[in-house]
Design a protein around this ligand. Structure first.
Ligand code: ADP
Length: 428
């Protein structure tokens, strides 16, 4: 009996413990699955893994958790690498002075740098993956891309766009025979074209300036050659005109050479030295005394406020003053007055050339420093100017780190001033 009771209790306890163990095992497996599932979800979602992942799991569970952790780490370093790669590509694209757009084979914009967004006026947010047919406003650029994507050949175009000149190239991309879309490169060539136009205009101007005296010289010489019996006085009169025209040509060549020299010389202050502006002004006034006397112009010097010494390029300052005084005498009628003065304003120096001449109308004031610009071409050419004097003045004053300005009133006169900052030296 007691044996049977013992067996019964034994069977009951055995069944009870088996049932408990089975339930625990089921519960542990369920929890392990849940932990692994959550870790996988975090992995997929790009989130950080739980630091204690797998610690409470049985051996196999810990192995799976370790695998998840390793996958997570490789994924992280891959992401980091691709982020760095992207940042590098972005930096290169944004650092480019040209605009660049990358399109897929369907014509959708996949990439565009800041310059391209600016030049093509792409809508700030909406351009990504948009089709070029909808995003671009300009018909010429659209047809360029259409042709490139269709013919799979490079297409180039230069077009005017809002007062700017744009150069565009659409290039098809291919990799091992597979169509990879195209890139569009844009360049703002406005200043380059302006430079080229300016250069062409300059060459045309120079040719014109040379042709006029040359034609006159040829005409005069022809007259002399074809009339052997010409009276001596008449011949001398004609030859004097030839001489004057030849002098004009020489002046033109000298001014052109000087302009070229100024433009090609380095901007450094290597030519600077200490000198007295008073002495310099004295030389300039004496040099022009004969010309002034010839026209009964009173040429005077005001140097009471001039500093004793300045540090600058003496030859350049002399050239500027000579050009300004020469103009002042040329454009002042007989009996007028020309004054050259200089004063210090702290460390800055200001020269002024004031005349009581014909003056300059307001519409010309901003242009007289351009090469060959004349307010009255026929009259000033007749007066012997090359049309380059003020262009030389402007370039030289820029080289000196200064600036030149003009105030003028028609019929009253003009005052040209040259400011040279930081040139005045303190008296010892
Ligand atoms: P130019 O050799 O013809 O004098 P510049 O470059 O020296 O050439 O001067 C350009 C133009 O500016 C002149 O043609 C003239 O019309 C005007 N100009 C320059 N200086 C004066 C001045 N002091 N008074 C009136 N007009 C002037």
């Amino acid at each position: 009996m007691s044996f049977l009771l013992g067996l019964g209790i034994g069977i009951f306890l055995g069944a009870f413990f088996f049932y408990r163990r089975h339930r625990w095992a089921r519960k542990e497996t369920k929890e392990a699955f849940e932990e692994i599932e959550e870790a996988l979800q975090r992995l997929v979602g790009g989130k950080e893994l739980n630091p204690g992942l797998g610690l409470g799991l049985p051996f196999r569970g810990r192995k799976v958790a370790n695998l998840i952790r390793t996958t997570h780490q490789s994924l992280r370093s891959l992401q980091e690498e691709s982020r760095e790669e992207n940042a590098r590509v972005r930096a290169v694209l944004e650092g480019m002075v040209d605009g660049l757009v990358y399109l897929d084979q369907e014509g959708r914009l996949l990439l565009a740098n800041r310059e391209a967004i600016r030049l093509l006026e792409l809508p700030a947010k909406r351009w990504m993956r948009g089709h070029f047919e909808e995003l671009l406003r300009n018909e010429e650029s659209k047809s360029l891309l259409r042709r490139c994507l269709k013919d799979r050949r490079r297409q180039d175009l230069e077009m005017e766009h809002h007062n700017a000149v744009l150069e565009m190239s659409a290039v098809p991309l291919e990799e091992k025979g597979v169509n990879r879309g195209a890139i569009l490169v844009l360049r703002d060539v406005t200043s380059l074209r302006e430079l080229q136009t300016g250069r062409r205009a300059f060459v045309a101007n120079v040719s014109h300036e040379f042709r006029t005296p040359l034609t006159a010289i040829l005409g005069y010489l022809e007259t002399v050659l074809h009339d052997p019996d010409m009276p001596r006085e008449e011949r001398v009169r004609i030859l004097e005109r030839v001489f004057a025209q030849a002098q004009r040509l020489e002046a033109l060549v000298l001014d052109l050479l000087q302009l070229a020299r100024i433009e090609s010389s380095p901007e450094s202050g290597s030519q600077r030295k200490i000198f007295s502006p008073r002495v310099l002004m004295g030389f300039v006034v004496e040099a022009f005394r004969p010309q002034a006397l010839e026209k009964s112009i009173e040429l005077s010097l005001e140097d009471a406020e001039a500093p004793a010494r300045i540090l600058s390029d003496e030859d350049a300052v002399r050239q500027i003053l000579e050009n300004l005084v020469s103009n002042a005498i040329r454009y002042t009628p007989e009996g007028g007055r020309v004054r050259l003065r200089c004063k210090a304003l702290g460390e800055d120096l200001c020269f002024e050339v004031e005349d009581t001449g014909i003056g300059i109308a307001p519409q010309h004031l901003s242009r007289i420093f351009e090469r060959f610009y004349r307010t009255d071409p026929a009259r000033t050419r007749f007066q012997g100017g090359t049309g380059l004097g003020l262009a030389i003045v402007k370039h030289l004053s820029q080289r000196l780190g200064g600036r030149v300005q003009v105030r003028s009133e028609v019929g009253e006169g003009s005052t040209f001033s040259l400011h040279l900052p930081g040139t005045v030296l303190k008296d010892e």
